[in-house]
Write a protein that binds this ligand. Structure first.
Ligand code: FES
Ligand code: FE
Length: 434
């Protein structure tokens, strides 16, 4: 049957997916679908933009993006953090042209309107002469503020004034985020600036991979195990360990080195900061974890290794920022426990750089697959070809004794987490389901 238009295509894709777990390949390439994703997902969901430690002092700011929308994330003199739309209210120029810095105010380079770092318009060149005394009320023309809320140091924004609060959006997903974020009482800090690079692949391929594609490690990453970059006995190490799904979050756990080789001194604090339900999961040796928070924020906590040195834990979070149906900007942050010793932090950072970021070995393996998929999915016939998302569907049952919220399935070689992502995706995208 010939399908016309993005709405009909989406409806047909949703039906195929919900009935059979078949996913139409055109979702990875279609420009019309991409336009609707920006409207229906990027303009409405909560999006991670920065970690609090990136802007510790009053005046510190970073410029970040939600798809195409540019935002200045700034700490004001009172210590409050704001998200200001990076667009001058006069003619629309970018008021902040740097990527990061410290500023009490932002002066527009075009005609010189000046805004405090709270967004308030405080200076207009020749104000009285050109506008008269009543012609322009400065108080009515601040930079546009966007909603910003935080969870455990992670700063999220939402472009939709009607959206539910962040805590409500996250719901019970906070249980799983706490594994990453509460490892030390002193909290986490971002080391360096996030790595970022533009890559010719659809954003959903990153989200889909990190959420539950344990299966690819045995094949795509086999060579890294063989040369000793991954501290695991064999490339099938991701097979065991459950996948869990709850609300906007889904991911998997892998039995691996204790606490993913976290600095030993931190383990006591980590246990004290978490709940008995977390302990029950940890006590099953489930240390390594990959996941995605809908739509495009992924997490990885894993042991890495520099050949010839002991394994060491590292933690990265990444945003798959969409730039087009076939292009994304990957943002990759490395975070570390503030109270770990400096030499351990350095070793952990080096392990991260070896595996992920612009030069990461695992990153290179992964992204080669995603750019190829995106290229093939542009074909006219590809648009109608169903891809198989059925792994585990016919023979696995949810665990009955999983201590965490949501549902969990006994192995990581399954596609429960990915199916959860796509079901959520269709709920946001299909006008008939929201
Ligand atoms: Fe900013 Fe004119 S565009 S002052
Ligand atoms: Fe991978």
């Amino acid at each position: 049957q010939r399908v016309q238009g993005p709405e009909e295509y989406l409806a047909a894709a949703q039906e195929k997916f919900l009935q059979r777990a078949y996913l139409l390949a055109g979702l990875f390439s279609d420009p019309e679908i991409f336009r609707l994703e920006k409207e229906r997902i990027y303009a409405r969901a909560w999006h991670f933009v920065a970690h609090e430690s990136e802007i510790p002092r009053p005046g510190d700011y970073v410029v970040r993006y939600v798809a195409d929308d540019p935002l200045i994330i700034v700490r004001t003199e009172s210590g409050e953090i704001r998200a200001l739309y990076n667009m001058c209210r006069h003619r629309g120029m970018q008021v902040c042209r740097a990527e990061a810095g410290n500023a009490a105010f932002f002066r527009c380079p075009y005609h010189g309107w000046t805004y405090k770092n709270t967004g308030e318009l405080i200076g207009v060149p020749f104000h009285r002469e050109v506008y008269g005394t009543e012609g322009l009320q400065r108080g009515e023309w601040p930079l546009i503020s966007v909603r910003l809320e935080s969870y455990e140091g992670l700063l999220f924004v939402n472009l939709d004034p009607e959206a539910v609060p962040l805590r409500e959006y996250l719901g019970e997903a906070t249980f799983y985020l706490d594994f990453y974020l509460k490892k030390s009482t002193a909290g986490l800090e971002v080391r360096g600036a996030p790595d970022r690079w533009i890559f010719p692949a659809n954003w959903k391929l990153g989200a889909d991979n990190f959420i539950g594609d344990a299966y690819h490690t045995a094949f795509t990453h086999r060579s890294t195990v063989e040369v000793g970059i991954l501290p695991v006995p064999d490339a099938n190490f991701h097979k065991d360990g459950p996948q869990a799904i709850v609300g906007p979050w889904a991911g998997g756990y892998v039995p691996n080195l204790p606490y993913a080789a976290l600095y030993p001194h931190l383990i006591g604090a980590m246990r004290a900061n978490l709940t008995p339900a977390h302990h029950a999961i940890m006590d099953h040796d489930l240390w390594q974890s990959h996941s995605t928070l809908f739509p495009n924020l992924s997490f990885l906590n894993a042991p890495g290794i520099m050949p010839g040195t002991p394994p060491v834990a590292y933690f990265t979070i990444r945003v798959w920022r969409p730039l087009g149906p076939d292009r994304m900007e990957i943002w990759s942050w490395y975070l570390v426990e503030r109270d770990a010793p400096e030499e351990w932090k350095e070793a952990s950072y080096r392990a991260y750089v070896l595996q992920f970021g612009t030069s990461g070995t695992l990153e290179q393996d992964d992204t080669e697959n995603w750019s190829s998929i995106t290229k093939v999915a542009k074909g006219q016939l590809a648009r109608t070809i169903p891809l198989n998302y059925r792994m585990g569907l016919d023979h696995l049952q949810p665990l009955t004794d999983w201590p965490g919220p949501g549902q969990a399935y006994p192995v990581d070689y399954t596609e429960y987490a990915q199916r959860h992502f796509w079901t959520t995706y269709f709920e946001w995208m299909c006008s008939n389901s929201r």
